[in-house]
Unconditional design. Sequence first.
Length: 121
Amino acid sequence: MALIETEVNSLHCDSYKRRFGWPDQLGEWMLGVSKLGDTNPKQGVYQRRHTRRGVKNVRMKYPRICYSTSEAVLASRQMFADAMAAWAITPPASRTWWNSQAHSKGMHGMNLFIKVYFESH
């Protein structure tokens, strides 16, 4: 949670309200942080959506993160770490070649390198 140094009232709130709609408080809408703390049900990350009836501010759902520690997941993470380490020591000339190969496929060179690394191991 971020600490806001500037008070909300000291900002030019009218211009923000015209631009972003009329949330309960400017800090809640822009940063998802309120003066009321974690007990505020309106706290969260907001997204501005354009609908047929106008612009609507919608609170996004919190992501459900699952940290699995199974052997298969840990092996996959280790393989990805090894692929990133291999990319880090790749010389610039090789990186240019990977980028040119990946460009025709609509990818970046690092992504193609990691894809080939995973397929070969």
